[in-house]
Design a protein. Structure first.
Length: 175
């Protein structure tokens, strides 16, 4: 009986040891990676709404000044006084990277200086693609593009004569 027990135990051990080998499988796989040229962004101009004031006693409590994104820079307002020689310009960014690649621009609301006036309703214009406010831009065949970002400045009545600028956070990334 002892020999039969040893034989059974030995057979079970051999069977268990051989099971992974008997049920093992092999597979092959291939992988690939595409390496893109890194994107670089440089600031050519910061956003400036130029010189303005809103001293009117009548009219809306808050006026808006709209700074265009498309060239040439224009600004419009129904109530605020737009004064000359203020250096008004949209934010301008030069982008270089992988030719033909799509990119997306996001801009966060900001406050203008001086006075902490609200800046929002950003519009984005691309030299390659035109208005890209609600869509992607595309780097050209040489891997470049220039974007211009305009916005709306909210101007409360009583705003004094000054040059108003904003530094919104501008994120640009490949799609």
């Amino acid at each position: 009986m002892i020999d039969l027990s040893r034989t059974l135990v030995s057979a079970v051990i051999v069977a268990l040891a051989a099971a992974p080998i008997a049920h093992a499988a092999s597979a092959g796989a291939t992988t690939s990676a595409t390496i893109f040229k890194p994107m670089a962004v440089t600031a050519a101009a910061q956003m400036s709404f130029g010189r303005l004031q809103y001293n009117g006693k009548a009219g809306r409590e808050v006026a808006t000044v709209v700074l265009s994104a498309a060239a040439p820079a224009t600004r419009t307002s129904a109530d605020a006084q737009l004064l000359p020689n203020g250096g008004e310009t949209p934010a301008v960014r030069n982008i270089t990277g992988e030719p033909g690649r799509a990119y997306r621009v996001t801009v966060s609301p900001a406050l203008a200086s001086p006075g902490g006036l609200a800046v929002d309703d950003f519009r984005i214009w691309s030299a390659n693609s035109g208005d890209i406010t609600a869509r992607s831009g595309m780097l050209g065949p040489s891997g470049t593009d220039t974007i211009r970002i305009g916005a709306t400045l909210w101007v409360p009545r009583g705003t004094k004569n000054d040059v108003y600028t904003a530094l919104p956070t501008i994120n640009i990334a490949y799609e």
